[in-house]
Design a protein around this ligand. Sequence first.
Ligand SMILES: [Zn+2]
Length: 299
Amino acid sequence: MIHARQAKETLTAIEMLHGDTLKFRLRNGSEVPIELLDTGAAIIETNLPLPLAEDRKGRTTYRFWADLRVDGREIRYEREVGTDKSFYEPLTVSGVNIWLDAVDEIFAFILETHGPCRLNPTCKNKPPFYFQARIAVQDATLRICPEPVHPWCPLPEGGLRIEMCYTGEDCWMGAYFGASAHGGLDINHPKGTLLYTPIDIDEQFLVNSVAHGWTNNRWHGIRHWPDHSTWVLRSAHMVKQLVPEHTPVRAGTVYAEGAGVWVGQAEHSHFAFSALDHGSFIRLDPWILFWQMYQDLEA
Ligand SMILES: [Zn+2]
């Protein structure tokens, strides 16, 4: 299948099947074809006695890859999850920044039981039942969105490291207890650490709250961009909300005290990110937002 997209002010999120081509038109008018040839995933290391069974001391790291043909050039794009390399740079080819977010083969050795993060189903009655690669692309001359991204929380100096992610594994799709893909990015910081809105938010509210009998406080912040994509930013474990719900909030506003309810073994905040793009709701690594935060900090 051919997907045609034009670079817009916010990044383009898309899921593809083997053989699909994304024809991505840059701001300068040139078109870059990105073909998905193949995908795969493999465990780097695990100490699980039984595969797919969560274990308190379980630790699994893995790698995954996509074989792409970008602008006529064949490239194997490989990623690691559960190591410091989880916090990666996009691949820049022919003027396009490409973030390889996930491939379906990951879910052969990891379960989706710790927050939604799997690729979307294809809704076909024969395999493949899920999309095979999830990527985000942007014209390399553009940012991921048209405004600076304010740090969501105090940014650890020198970048993120896996040891800062709960018990050292809970990056996006990291293997919680060695067996379950973590549907978010955890960053450890003390109870009461302030959380800021990274971008202007049009609408925000708690979907679950301890006050209403839930086991967590879960916040959603929604932004509708002029280019018709919508972003949903989520955070959890906040102690206290500091802005009234259902009001717009400017970027950089302190909206909550974080890290203090239902935090388990380590005080942390949980962050998640998804984009509604071209009618598809696509979950992405919140690291992409943090990547831009670090870029903006340096600028
Ligand atoms: Zn988490």
